[in-house]
Design a protein around this ligand. Structure first.
Ligand SMILES: [Zn+2]
Length: 565
């Protein structure tokens, strides 16, 4: 492609609204333009790179035996109502009505649509397993779109849904996708960190996220440098400290007017925050439940929800708190509470002479001891792990890092096939529900993540497999005669099977070199003064900055070696 016939509107200055490298460079190198908040136009160069990622995803999915579908992006409300998600998807789902007042959603995800498509075509165990996928646009009504294409209102995703006859089959499908994802991200030149993620009520190691470490990531990962433990903070567990101590005090009620928060308590009692037992009341599917954790820890509502196995979990209302504890908010504690379910965090049993609410306005207990003053009938891991906590596998310290999620694999179970009554006839001719897994790759997000990982102060540094072109030819000459000679080299490179961008513009060498650095194709070939003087062509590796001087006949063999083709 001749640069003069292509469209690459590079920018010298950083756009004012771009705070992350990928957004800044995608704008400056002419890959995208913003249409409006959270919506981007892919210009030819950006689209070409995106297509390469799509092709890699498609190739690897097809090789694994998955079947490509193309689903409507408009999804019928009836399907969402069947699964029960029409009311629970929240304001991030775009909902629209047609002229006949029928309701639809612009698909943010396609569990329902695929379950429906497969149930209408599969009737027997002989037709399973199936892994159905599509590469398509997804929509999300982001409250605050940001970071360019990383968090936008519409984006391209590959989403896949496996349907198996039993759990063993699901595990096989899941493991296949796990290795497919590694291949996809490797080929894109992206270093990902697979981390254990929250699995809802499924349990086990049934969910993994593929994360890219990045300062702009919105997820926190806890990583052990000594072993292979990696987990999303939502899910991460940690080894509890064995605390030794002994009961020294009697249970004593203390008057604590205007003392409500943990900070107030720490001041009032001049004790460490770990000495306090925080008791938080929730309504879980209508039932009032008390969760008790030590004062130095944040309660993890995802863990609590998974432990309780409830669908809806919210903080209890003031009325419910009064009903359960006979006191206003701020004075709840486990001592003397018999009428509601109480779940204790694993560290509570290791506290001695603790302080907690006395279930009476303006009073706390001190000298509280588990076992003596209240019974621990039910305990679970209820708190969020943080940097510095001990690794659950090896005991070394966990460190925290921010990450962007580019892929997610998940064992769904029977949730959708049961809710939507999808049955097949099993070996014995009896109806059974298939078991599902789902697997997503954020395609546009992968492009941004690759750029986050592969750039320097001058611009992009494309990994070879997804670079929009292989080589960038910079021609520098004064006469038409010389231009023809450069064009011959360009043709020769094309003929050898390499995709070349030939900068034939009448601009200064300085502008051409700056644009080549910014666009960042893997190899820059300069045909200029030294070629016309001595026959030397200069090849610059964009990533390593290594320069090779080649004679014309050495050029194609060098390209073959460089690209390994
Ligand atoms: Zn470890």
């Amino acid at each position: 492609m001749r640069y003069s016939r292509y469209l690459i509107p590079t920018m010298k200055e950083d756009p004012s609204d771009a705070v992350v490298s990928s957004h800044r460079l995608m704008m400056r190198a002419g890959l995208v333009r913003k249409e409006s908040a959270g919506m981007y136009v892919y210009l030819p160069l950006g689209h070409k790179a995106l297509r390469k990622i799509i092709n890699i995803v498609r190739e690897e999915m097809d090789n694994s035996g998955a079947l490509e579908f193309l689903m409507p992006e408009l999804t019928n409300a009836d399907l969402w109502k069947e699964s029960g998600r029409w009311n629970t998807m929240g304001p991030e789902m775009f909902r629209i009505k047609d002229r006949n007042n029928l309701e639809y959603a612009l698909g943010p995800t396609h569990e329902e649509a695929f379950t429906n498509a497969v149930r209408s075509t599969v009737t027997s165990y002989k037709e399973l397993p199936i892994n159905a996928y599509q590469i398509n646009t997804k929509f999300r009504d982001e409250i605050r779109p940001r970071f360019g294409v990383i968090r936008s209102k519409e984006f391209i995703m590959k989403d896949a849904y496996s349907f198996d006859v039993d759990e063993e089959g699901l595990d096989k499908s899941y493991q296949t996708m796990r290795s497919v994802y590694r291949k996809i991200f490797d080929r894109c030149g992206l270093a990902t960190i697979p981390v254990q993620a929250d699995t809802g009520n499924m349990g086990g190691s049934a969910s993994e996220e593929f994360m890219v470490a990045s300062e702009v990531g919105e997820e926190t990962l806890l990583i052990c440098e000594s072993c292979s433990y990696r987990a999303n903070q939502e899910k991460a567990v940690f080894k509890r400290e064995e605390k030794s101590g002994s009961i020294t005090g009697e249970l004593e009620k203390v008057h604590t007017p205007d003392v409500k928060t943990i900070d107030d308590l720490v001041k009032h009692f001049s004790a460490e925050s770990s000495k306090f037992l925080k008791s938080i009341l929730y309504t879980a599917d209508g039932e009032t439940v008390m969760a008790v954790v030590t004062g130095d820890r944040e309660i993890n509502e995802i863990k609590l929800k998974n432990h309780l196995g409830c669908v809806e979990l919210e903080l209890a209302s003031d009325d419910k708190i009064f009903e359960a504890t006979k006191s206003p908010v701020g004075f709840a504690g486990p001592v003397g509470i018999k009428n509601i379910r109480i779940v204790f965090d694993l560290s509570v049993k290791n506290t001695f002479d603790a302080i907690t609410g006395a279930n009476e306005k303006d009073y706390h207990y001190k000298g509280v001891n588990p076992g003596r003053d209240f019974e621990i009938k039910e305990e679970a891991d209820l708190v969020t792990a943080v940097e510095g906590d001990a690794c659950p596998e090896c005991g070394k310290k966990l460190s925290a890092t921010k990450g962007i999620e580019v892929g997610h694999i998940f064992k769904l179970g029977y949730k959708y096939t049961k809710a939507m009554n999808f049955t097949f006839l099993d070996k014995n001719g009896r109806p059974a529900n298939p078991i599902m897994g789902c697997y997503g790759v954020g395609v546009t997000r992968t492009l941004a993540a690759v750029i986050e990982q592969n750039h320097d102060e001058k611009g992009l540094m494309w990994p070879k497999e997804i670079a929009p072109f292989d080589v960038h030819i910079v021609g520098i000459c004064k006469t038409e005669e010389d231009e023809k000679k450069i064009a011959e080299i360009y043709e020769e490179i094309k003929k050898a099977g390499f995709d070349a961008l030939y900068d034939d513009r009448k601009n200064s060498p300085g502008i051409k070199f700056a644009d080549a650095d910014l666009i960042g194709l893997p190899l820059r070939i300069t045909v200029g003064k030294s070629f016309f003087d001595t026959g030397d062509i200069e090849a610059l590796d964009r990533k390593t900055k290594e320069i090779k001087r080649l004679q014309r006949k050495e050029l194609v063999p060098y390209l073959k070696e460089f690209f390994g083709r």
